[in-house]
Design a protein around this ligand. Structure first.
Ligand code: KIV
Ligand code: ZN
Length: 514
């Protein structure tokens, strides 16, 4: 009989902490709805004390999302725990997730506390959290670099204090699978009350081992894995949910374990997270990369055509990848459009569908065939866009040999039109410079990337920009058959995100320590 491994999704907390991946409340809600559709067991909705925006997002998710447990993260401090408790209060099922470092490095340099003081603080935090809910998770931050005897003492003490889940994070992505597995086994064997709690693992990917480490932990007794969609997260990211879940599904007999996840929803979740964060997915990324199910070599294709299982260990359909039988174009109607979006995992309301369809009709006039990637871009722009401070009304650019590129932009700023003309080193520079002048931004552009969404000269250009201002980093995306317009849209999208973070007291830097 297979054990069920609990999936604890932290896309909205650890994932959102990665540079440029901040999401607004509506975007977080859309992701939370998709996570609920996938049947994740626990959604870590945010870090309520980090900012007003974080608090509100956790509260809205707690109010709306039914099914999964809603968790709020907090340091092992009463004021953090109170704030988290307030944010998750409306949830049907709620969890307080409190953390405190246990490694000597963190104790000495960050916390400046002795082991005894940390032990006492951890116990006090768990007891305080238990006043609000009987579902309390304690994380021993930097557990993989903590002294094993001390870690065992902390785990035993927090379970006695009422922790129902004990998380053993590989905070800095330092662990090696065999060693990490042994650490988990060591806890199972040495902590006398370990059967009173679920062991959780939370792995970062600094050495590219987050998923392998999590699987090693499962083999040694872990009952919960913490992970994110597309593996987004601090630095090199967290363990990718889709990889963990499909490893368990594909090798269920080996692991004698499985999950509750509706795997057919994986692609939709991946696309959604990509759209709202602007964080692209590499083509060769396992499970959700564009090439994950593509067979290129002749020998492979030959074998695959004779018998799929020769080169395919899981079907594209099992992760929700459906090959389109419909090619959409300008004669396609609303019905075909809606059906294709549904196949791709986008369940849109009437208004959203209308907006997306209007854009589709416009695009179909510009280019002959509309591919899935085009539809993804349409949904990202027309549906997943935040309430706009800045909106592009019109853009005119003149450039050519022997003349200085010049742009004339009309931007709607909080409902009012503002017009300006300015020059630049090239047409894109002129457009962005003019938009920046109107918006009066002090942001710095950290990255600018342009790629064709599909093949052919009529392909849409997809532009991603990364901006930084006052310690906040955001990504913006825009697509259009005209790459100057796509660039302007991406830049405006990023400026809107900065404006949103400023308004909502969005985090500039996470208060991860006292
Ligand atoms: O990586 C980490 O240790 C964390 C904890 C807060 C669980 O994200
Ligand atoms: Zn983490």
């Amino acid at each position: 009989m297979s054990r069920i491994i609990r999936i604890f999704d932290t896309t909205l907390r650890d994932g959102e902490q990665s540079p440029g991946c901040s999401m607004n409340i509506e975007e977080k809600l859309m992701v939370a709805r998709q996570l609920a559709r996938m049947k994740v067991d626990i959604i870590e909705a945010g870090f309520p004390i980090a900012s007003i925006g974080d608090f509100e997002a956790v509260k809205r998710i707690a109010e709306e999302i039914k099914g999964p447990v809603i968790a709020g993260l907090c340091r092992a401090l009463d004021k953090d725990i109170d704030r988290a408790a307030e944010a998750i209060a409306p949830a049907e099922r709620k969890r307080i997730h409190t953390f405190l470092a246990t490694s000597d490095i963190h104790l000495q340099y960050k916390l400046k506390k002795s082991r005894e003081e940390v032990l006492e603080q951890a116990v006090a935090a768990v007891k305080h959290a238990r006043k609000y809910t009987d579902d309390v998770e304690f994380s021993a931050e930097d557990a993989t670099r903590s002294d094993m005897d001390f870690l065992c003492r902390v785990v035993e003490a927090v379970i006695n204090a009422g922790a129902t889940t004990v998380n053993i994070p590989d905070t800095v992505g330092y662990a090696i699978p065999q060693e990490y597995g042994e650490r988990i086994r060591g806890l199972v064997e040495r902590v006398p009350n370990i059967d009173k709690a679920v062991i959780s693992v939370h792995c970062h990917n600094d050495l590219g081992l987050a998923v392998s480490n999590s699987l090693a932990a499962i083999l040694n007794g872990a009952g919960q894995v913490e992970c994110t969609i597309n593996g987004i997260g601090e630095r090199a990211g967290n363990a990718a949910m889709e990889e963990l879940v499909m490893a368990l599904r594909t090798r269920q007999a080996f692991f004698e374990a499985t999950t509750n996840i509706v795997t057919e929803e994986i692609m939709a979740a991946s696309r959604l997270v990509k759209s709202v964060t602007g964080m692209t997915v590499q083509a060769n990324k396992a499970i959700v990369g564009a090439n994950a199910f593509a067979h290129e070599s002749g020998i492979h294709q030959d074998g695959f055509l004779k018998e799929k299982s020769t080169y395919e260990i899981m079907t594209p359909e099992s992760v929700g990848l459906t090959r389109s039988t419909l090619v959409l174009g300008k004669h396609s109607g609303r019905h075909a459009f809606r059906e294709r979006l549904k196949e791709m995992g986008y369940v849109l309301g009437e208004d959203e569908l209308n907006k997306a369809f209007e854009r589709f009709k416009w695009l179909a006039d510009q280019k002959k065939d509309i591919f899935d990637e085009d539809l993804e871009a349409i949904v990202a722009e027309e549906v997943f866009r935040m309430t706009e401070t800045y909106e592009l009304k019109s853009l005119l650019v003149s450039s050519g040999t022997g003349r200085t590129p010049e742009a004339e932009v009309v931007l709607i700023v909080e409902g009012k039109p503002a017009t300006m003309k300015a020059n630049g080193d090239g047409p894109v520079d002129a457009a962005l410079h003019t938009i920046g002048e109107i918006a009066g931004t002090k942001s710095t552009m950290l990255a600018y990337e342009v790629k064709a969404i599909t093949g052919g000269t009529d392909a849409q250009g997809e532009v991603t920009v990364k901006l930084s201002e006052d310690g906040r980093v955001v990504m913006g995306q825009g697509s259009d058959p005209d790459i100057i317009i796509a660039s302007a849209k991406a830049y405006i999208n990023a400026l809107n995100k900065l404006a949103f973070l400023k308004d909502k007291g969005g985090k500039a830097a996470e208060p991860m320590c006292e």
